[in-house]
Write a protein that binds this ligand. Structure first.
Ligand code: UT7
Length: 343
């Protein structure tokens, strides 16, 4: 049976480093370095410059992943793009990335399908699951999976928004999911969702049931009230559910493969809050060295956290062939997922 494995990884973060002190002094956020570090572990994040879009960062990550896999963009059969911060309401960022990869040009143009995934913090695992299914079904040999976010453009830096604004950063991570006859690769991705909590962490901007969907001013420009414009979150509720659900998702994945937590060599967790991940690790009895973090440097990059962490683990030599990897994510929706990979 054809297996699906990750043949290449890559990531890109914009060069502008924004420390917690920069948030205070440059952006005027009423916070302290101590508050942010104690509650989340975040020390800095990256902000993209104006003019840089989500698919631009994705392009850099994708090129790097293609290079590691020793593939060209024309080898791809499908693009799956996970983001909650696409360039526009529609179309999704996937088609922009497809065009930027040069796939639409010249005699060899290859109009590969481009699919956008809207699952926020677990977007990468939803996208990975889709890619693996395509490869295993024989519908694709090489799939580009990207998680990318431009949060910095849409943060409420006022006292009302500081809790959310302190958490998020920009960046992109990418993997190539390829077919192989070898007995290795992504063993399973286990997804879940609970729509009862859809509005616990959300950014509404408009309500399509209303007429007009955005109130119009006399000059026909739109008027979005502040409570719709910015992301809102009940942080404590998200925290509580994140811990329990990530634990349950990991146990479900282990049990499906008849393995114990101790059989896993490396845990790649969504980087929403270092305290959430430390609590999950403590409950599982997993030593710190098996759980890398980069939230200190990048903050929460939502769909990009796991592929960035993965690409760094490959580059740092923390992830080597033969190792067993577990991934887990939880976030807005609520949506969640866990994956087991034999690297
Ligand atoms: O990937 C998406 C999924 N998201 C998550 O997983 C986030 C999960 N939740 C969390 O990580 C935590 O709930 C937060 C880190 C977001 C917040 O921590 P918290 O302990 O739940 O804080 P809180 O919102 O209850 O606020 C506690 C206090 C409040 O002040 P009072 O009312 O106690 O006087 C806030 O006004 O901290 C204040 N506060 C801040 N102070 C300084 C809130 N944000 C800030 C801030 N700087 N940035």
């Amino acid at each position: 049976m054809v297996q699906a494995y990750i043949s290449g990884t890559g990531f890109y973060v914009p060069p502008r480093v924004v420390t917690n002190d920069d948030l205070i002094h440059t952006y005027g956020v009423e916070t302290t370095h101590e508050w942010i570090v104690q509650r989340t572990g975040i020390e800095a994040r990256r902000f993209a410059d104006a003019g840089v879009g989500t698919s631009d960062m994705a392009l850099e990550a994708a090129r790097s992943a293609l290079g590691e896999a020793r593939l060209e963009a024309h080898d791809l059969d499908l693009i799956v793009f996970a983001t909650l911060s696409p360039e526009h309401a529609f179309p999704g960022s996937g088609v922009y990335l497809q065009q930027k990869l040069g796939l639409c040009e010249g005699e060899n143009a290859k109009f590969v399908p481009a699919l956008d995934v809207r699952n926020q913090c677990s977007g990468f695992l939803y996208a990975l699951s889709t890619a693996v299914a395509h490869v295993r079904a024989g519908m694709a040999r090489h799939v580009l999976v990207v998680g990318a976010e431009t949060h910095s453009a849409a943060l409420d830096l006022s006292p009302d928004g500081r809790t959310v604004a302190s958490l998020f950063g920009d960046g992109a991570g990418a993997v190539i999911v390829s077919a192989t006859e070898e007995d290795r690769g992504v063993r399973g991705v286990y997804l879940g969702a609970d729509g009862r909590y859809a509005e616990v962490l959300c950014q509404k901007i408009w309500d399509i049931r209303e007429r007009p969907f955005i109130k119009k001013n006399a000059d026909r420009s739109g008027n979005v009230p502040a409570d719709r414009l910015w992301a809102t979150m009940d942080g404590k509720l998200v925290f509580k559910h994140a811990v329990g659900t990530m634990l349950a998702a990991l146990m479900r994945a282990c049990s499906a493969h008849k393995i114990g937590v101790e059989d896993i060599d490396l845990f790649l967790f969504h980087q929403a809050n270092m305290r959430i991940n430390q609590y999950v690790a403590q409950q599982l009895g997993v030593p710190d060295e098996k759980i890398p973090h980069n939230i200190q440097r990048y903050g929460n990059t939502t769909a990009a956290t796991i592929p960035i962490l993965l690409a760094e683990a490959v580059r740092d030599g923390k992830l080597r062939p033969g190792m067993k990897v577990a991934m887990a994510a939880f976030g807005s929706g609520f949506t969640w997922g866990a994956a087991i990979i034999d690297w």
